[in-house]
Design a protein around this ligand. Sequence first.
Ligand code: GLU
Length: 312
Amino acid sequence: MKCPRDNSAIATTGIGEPVRYVGRFAPSPTGPLHFGSLVAAVASYLQARVNDGLWLLRIEDIDPPREQPGASKEIIDALERYGFEWDGDVIFQSRNSEAHEAALASLIDRNLAYRCQCSRRDLAEAARGALGVIYPGTCRNGCDSDDAAIRLLTNDLEIAFDDLLQGRITQHLESESGDFIIRRRDGLIAYHLAVVVDDKIQGVTEIVRGIDLMDSTPRQIWLQQLLGYPTPTYAHIPVITHADGDKLSKLTGAPGLSMHDVEKTLIEALNALHQQPPADLAQSTPEEIWSWAVKNWQLGKISGHKAIVKTP
Ligand code: GLU
């Protein structure tokens, strides 16, 4: 439910001013929320509430080919039904496209990004690493095609951050991912650039999200550094898996969240996050469950966990 709090505190970044905690949940409308996404939402929400912070809801709708009609509304309705209270209006990422384009232009103007016409087929022989194809730099020295993606230059200095849950994470971008795409060949701004620009605009100070995005974080930190943005704190929560170890996702047949068993599902989410809610909380209302959860939330209980099996 939309909560009309005082939003004037967003991004109080003046020197000497305390910066208020700002967290966010940023689902892509590629389908309804499933249990795994609920767990991520619960973790980021509770972390914002115990830090007396703001919790923003941003729908990342800048990839129309992957969008599922009606999914944005379904996601918002489900979050409301589960009793989440976000601060301010829901933000639609597509409305920030001018800011995305301005950031892109500034990178191009400073010769930090270049056009690349390599197709998937051109890169079929390129080396692969944990992050996929390692771009070999083919178009670094120029390409004249207008039908081109835009890549960001990388170097091989170590990018490191201390994840609140997963400890120190390091990557050498040039050798592990290579220069990466910030605007796709179809003209759409790539996820890494959009997410970094939006988190900056919204003054996000801490990002709590699924561990499946942790590999992306060094690329996002590199963008923050080049654009002169602060780097938020990160906490990557374990992925929720089926008993066979497969991640819960649309692809592995995870159903959309039930709109009926809200209390039961919330308790399951708290259990998945190792919060150990008392057995009798299952008989409570969602408001009572949230009130217990805010009082008792300890992010550290999932420290170091990379995967948690959803118990049926
Ligand atoms: N929109 C992304 C997703 O749904 C999440 C982005 C983020 O949390 O940084 O996977």
